[in-house]
Write a protein that binds this ligand. Structure first.
Ligand code: F6P
Length: 549
């Protein structure tokens, strides 16, 4: 199907012309001109407030961005996704992670399957299994309750569960310790195996395909470790699987009664709502897991029903397009001001970069503009003492998403106010900067002489005008976390739609996997490989020697 590349659209050209007119304006002036700017540029949905006022946008910018969304068919594509059309066009698959969090009774049929019925049948199994483990009815080989749960998976089968279990640790069952093993580096599994007891540990092998090298190797080593300490007959009490691949689960030796399925219309990085979330449901209980799904569903409803001008994921996506494609921002920094959200930047890295790290549109032609920015970040206030210097005064302008939570779950006096003060101070500093005259006045008050002031002035001056969004959650609960994740999922989808790419495949990951298999066989073989470039050949030779020592 022919596709119009973004640069060829009238809406994008209008946006570029507008950008040329307004790009030098300072946000300080925009705030001074409109005392209602906060009210005009905030939107609330599903327990989240998005303040996008600290971006270099005005009323006209927003109008042009909404026109762009309309011209790029965002509403049409949104309807296509929710109704189960095969919008993952390179794999000919529907994209229905939203169906995983829809309430019971939703009538949606895809390829003759009642999606809602299938989803809730699996959720019912997750419910009963997690209750049994949590209530000490599911017992280990010697009759003791489970105390440790090891989720073995990588990418989407790891990042979501680990991020959510950490974010919601205050809701977790006190007897259950969660462990996450993802890396094929044996240090990862080895470290966990040293800390768990074979009699009371439950392994979850989580892999959509059940062929991923890292996961299968870790699962095999965990099974060997188990069988060195227990009988094969006990395996069923200690290993469960989450996958779409029943045959491979059976071949691995896991009873398919202990397998929690999902479907090929769930992308790996969108799968924490499916049985991939089993570890989350075990940790926080099924009721809280249902709240997580409900929070995401509330954001789905908002995304589907709110007008574009009040639609949080669409606004967030459009601000991102403005920064990326008009101001050429190469990266987006994620700054959660909540220690329990420390895995959120890594989660978003896969969500956004694996989804939108693409350069070809749906008709096979080049996108013609820059696509996904690099996503990176760390929790506040730690980041302030590491990389914020560059964000304030470096040569690149990097937009930032601040994520703050109004109510803490600890009762240590003073900490939370200091944390929030830092968060708001940073976004203010990025916006306002510090002008030369302000620096001069400050130094004068300190009694610094004029020569020294003139010397220091350029170093101590901040231009500001650096964009940020602030996302405010009332509290970090299963529901608000669900809504926050769904917000970013839909933002990613909207941006992919505007760029005209497929946000739901990931062909680029394949090349490294294939080459690793070749080198793996060379490391194991006798011959010194000579078919690579001289760097790769030499590195392989060095590793071969070390591995044989
Ligand atoms: O990194 C590539 C990828 O295919 C991801 O998309 C996916 O989340 C991850 O590998 C793990 O895949 P699986 O769940 O099939 O083991």
């Amino acid at each position: 199907m022919p596709h119009t590349a973004l640069p060829a659209t009238a809406a994008f050209q209008a946006l570029l012309s507008h950008h040329a007119e307004v790009r030098d304006r300072h946000m300080r002036d925009l705030f001074a001109a409109d005392p209602q700017r906060f009210d005009n540029m905030t939107v609330k949905a599903a327990g989240i407030l998005l303040d996008y006022s600290k971006n270099r946008v005005d009323h006209t910018t927003l109008k042009l961005l909404f026109e762009l969304a309309r011209e790029r068919g965002v509403e049409r594509q949104r309807a296509a996704m929710f109704s189960g059309e095969k919008i993952n066009f390179t794999e000919h698959r529907a994209v229905l992670h939203t169906a995983l969090r829809a309430p019971r009774g939703q009538a949606l049929i895809v390829d003759g399957q009642h999606v809602g019925e299938d989803v809730h049948a699996v959720l019912d199994r997750i419910h009963s299994f997690t209750e049994r483990v949590r209530e000490s009815q599911w017992l280990g080989l010697s009759g003791k309750p489970i105390t440790d749960i090891v989720n073995i998976g990588i990418g989407g089968s790891h990042l979501g569960p680990q991020m959510a279990c950490t974010a919601l640790r205050t809701f977790a069952h006190p007897r259950l310790t969660m462990h996450f093993v993802s890396n094929v580096d044996g240090h990862d599994l080895h470290d966990v195996l040293q800390r768990v007891d074979v009699e009371t540990t439950l392994f979850i092998v989580a892999s959509k395909t059940f062929t991923t090298q890292e996961t299968m190797m870790n699962a095999g080593s965990a099974r060997d470790w188990f069988l060195q300490r227990a009988a094969a007959a006990d395996l069923a009490k200690h290993f469960v699987a989450v996958s779409t691949n029943t045959e491979a689960v059976r071949a691995f030796g896991i009873d398919t009664d202990n397998m929690f399925p999902f479907w090929d219309w769930v992308g790996g990085r969108y799968s924490m709502w499916s049985s991939i979330g089993l570890s989350i449901a075990l940790a926080i209980g099924f009721k809280n897991f249902s709240e997580l799904l409900a929070g995401a569903h509330a954001m789905d409803k908002h995304f589907c029903e709110a007008p574009l001008e009040r639609n949080m994921p669409i606004i967030q996506a459009l601000i991102g397009i403005w920064n990326r494609n008009c101001f050429n921002s190469e990266s987006l920094s994620i700054a959660p001001y909540h220690h329990d959200l420390r895995h959120f930047p890594a989660y978003l890295q896969q969500l956004e970069m694996e989804s939108n790290g693409k350069r070809i549109t749906r008709d096979g032609s080049a996108v013609g503009v820059a696509t996904c920015p690099f996503i990176w970040g760390d929790v506040g206030t730690n980041g302030q003492h590491a990389f914020f210097q560059l964000l304030h005064q470096g040569t690149d302008i990097t937009p930032i998403d601040f994520i703050a939570v109004l109510h803490a779950t600890h009762d240590l006096p003073g900490h939370h106010a200091v944390l929030l003060a830092n968060c708001f101070a940073q976004s203010e500093a990025f916006m306002r900067g510090k002008q030369a005259e302000e620096v001069r006045d400050d130094l004068k008050k300190l009694g610094v002489d004029d020569d020294e002031i003139n010397f220091l002035l350029p170093h101590k001056t901040f231009n500001g005008n650096r964009p940020s969004n602030t996302l405010l959650l009332d509290a970090l609960t299963p529901a608000t976390l669900g809504a926050l994740i769904a917000l970013y999922e839909h933002k990613t989808f909207v941006q992919g739609t505007i760029w005209g790419i497929n946000s739901f495949d990931q062909w680029g990951v394949e090349l490294g996997k294939v080459l690793a298999k070749t080198i793996q066989s060379e490391l194991a073989g006798e011959a010194v490989p000579a078919r690579h470039d001289c760097s790769t050949n030499a590195l392989i030779a060095l590793a071969k020697k070390a591995l044989s020592d």
